[in-house]
Write a protein of this length. Structure first.
Length: 216
C-alpha cells in the first residue's frame, strides 16, 4: 500500500557539505518550535534531565547572535541547534542546549555545532571561561577535544540566574539536596587559549558589533 505524502520520510543527504552550520539570526525563529520538540523528545528517550526553555528564550538567543543552527541546504530541514549565554559580567560563558535531530545523527553535525558555538564564544568573549553541564558521553568527548576539563560545581559561576535555569530539569531535586555541590550532570570548564576550530564570518561579526552598540 502506498504511503500518504504526509507519512513519507524525506532522505537525508550523507555528505557534510549538504548540511550548513551557521550563527542563527531572527529569520530562523521559524525553527524554534521544532527545536523545542526535538529537545523534549530527546529527554524522553534518554531518560535524563534537560532544562526546559521557552520559545521566547530561544528566539532571543537568535536575535542576539547567541545561537547556532544546522540546516540541510537542499530543503532547509532542521538538523541541529545550540546556544550560548554569558554570566557575571561576561566572566563566564555557557554553551547549552546542543541537540541534533534524529534524522541527521551520524553525520558529525553535533561536532560542527559544538565547534561553531565554541568559536563564537571565544571570538566574542576571548577572556571568559567557558563551561558546560552535560550528562552525555558524546558531549564530554567533544568538550575534552576542545580543551575542557572536568571540574566541581564550585568552579562555575555563582550567578543565580544561571542556576535558576536548572529548575526546569527533572533532576533538580538532586541539585537542591546537595546544596548545589553536584548533580547528575558533569561540569566541564575551558580556560581561554588562542585556539579556534572555526572562523566566524565577517558579516556575523558586523552584526554582533551592531548588537553590542545597541546594548550600550
Amino acid at each position: 500500500m502506498e504511503k500518504n505524502k504526509e507519512e513519507e520520510v524525506l532522505p537525508v543527504k550523507g555528505s557534510q557539505d549538504e548540511i550548513e552550520v551557521l550563527v542563527a539570526g531572527p529569520e530562523h525563529e521559524v525553527y524554534v518550535d521544532t527545536i523545542l520538540d526535538t529537545i523534549a523528545e530527546a529527554a524522553k528517550v534518554r531518560g535524563t534531565g534537560i532544562a526546559k526553555r521557552t520559545h521566547e528564550y530561544l528566539a532571543k538567543k537568535m536575535m542576539e547572535a547567541k545561537a547556532v543552527i544546522a540546516l540541510q541546504k537542499s530543503d532547509g530541514r532542521f538538523a541541529g541547534f545550540s546556544y550560548i549565554e554569558t554570566w557575571e559580567q561576561q566572566q563566564y560563558v555557557t554553551t547549552s542546549g546542543l541537540i541534533v535531530h534524529p534524522d541527521f545523527r551520524g553525520h558529525h553535525v553535533a561536532k560542527r555545532i559544538k565547534d561553531m558555538t565554541f568559536s563564537l564564544a571565544r571570538t566574542r568573549w576571548p577572556h571568559a571561561k567557558i563551561f558546560s553541564l552535560t550528562s552525555g558521553a558524546a558531549v564530554m568527548k567533544m568538550n575534552t577535544e576542545l580543551g575542557y576539563q572536568p571540574v566541581t560545581f564550585a568552579d562555575l559561576t555563582d550567578d543565580e540566574a544561571f542556576w535558576k535555569g536548572c529548575e526546569g530539569c527533572v533532576n533538580v531535586d538532586v541539585l537542591h539536596r546537595t546544596d548545589r555541590k553536584y548533580c547528575i550532570c558533569t561540569a566541564m570548564l575551558y580556560d581561554p587559549t588562542e585556539h579556534l576550530p572555526c572562523r566566524i564570518p565577517d558579516e556575523v561579526l558586523a552584526r554582533i558589533r551592531h548588537l553590542e552598540e545597541i546594548e550600550e
